[in-house]
Write a protein that binds this ligand. Structure first.
Ligand SMILES: *Cc1c(COP(=O)(O)O)cnc(C)c1O
Length: 220
């Protein structure tokens, strides 16, 4: 696999202090190894079984991020080792993650996925749903999950103004919650936004985690 683009992007994002999640879904283990050998340690997958299989096969110091929609009944498969779950979109799911974390004697880091696009197909909580979740006494009782920030996906469009507007909206919500709900939580610091087509815009809007697949590994 050609790693030229990977090296370019690593240099490009350095000034921002943003971390790269290499999205390896559907790609073979050897492609992951190619980037691993260049120093990449964070890899993102969107299907539980594929993630678990790759995690078994590959180096133990890889930090696996779950970026796709997660069903409650599959949490137990990744709970023993997952490094960050980007796609928490309900209290029910978070409660199950907490339960499985407890069973594995660990704390699992999570992001809330926020719906920012104007498309019906994308998962996530809207602002009101997220505020309601955060206010719930059941949420306050969860001791084995660590909320590290927010994730969002912009509308799939060429309109850069529109994408920038959606990312800025997510950044504003992140900054607001940091003050109102997570002021004494230094680990609430991650803003996961930006994919191959829009990561340059996301960098300017304060993204701390960009999730790149196609641009690194080629089309799927
Ligand atoms: C597949 C995927 C990505 C990567 O998309 P590319 O356009 O290939 O960079 C990022 N985030 C999520 C949630 C994904 O499912």
């Amino acid at each position: 696999m050609d790693t030229t683009k990977y090296k370019e992007i690593v240099e490009e994002i350095k000034p921002y202090g943003t971390h790269l999640v290499a999205v390896s879904k559907t790609k073979p283990a050897e492609d992951i190894v190619a980037l691993y050998n260049q120093g990449q340690r964070i890899f993102g997958e969107s299907k539980v079984q594929e993630l678990a299989t790759k995690a078994t096969q590959l180096a133990k110091d890889i930090q696996w991020h779950m970026i796709g929609h997660l069903q409650t009944n599959k949490v137990k498969v990744i709970a023993p080792f997952i490094s960050l779950i980007h796609s928490v979109d309900s209290l029910k799911l978070l409660t199950e993650i907490n339960k499985q974390a407890l069973q594995n004697n660990r704390t699992i880091s999570c992001l809330f996925q926020v719906f920012i696009a104007d498309e019906e197909t994308k998962f996530g909580l809207d602002r009101a749903e997220l505020l309601q979740l955060l206010a719930s006494p059941d949420f306050a009782r969860l001791q084995n999950v660590r909320i590290c920030g927010l994730m969002g996906m912009a509308t799939n469009t060429d309109d850069e103004q529109k994408i920038a507007g959606e990312f800025a909206g997510l950044q504003n919500l992140f900054l607001e919650l940091k003050q109102t709900h997570f002021s004494n939580r230094p680990y609430f610091k991650e803003l996961s936004m930006g994919m191959s087509s829009d990561y340059k815009i996301a960098l300017k809007c304060g993204s701390t985690l960009i999730r790149l697949g196609t641009i690194l590994f080629g089309g799927r």
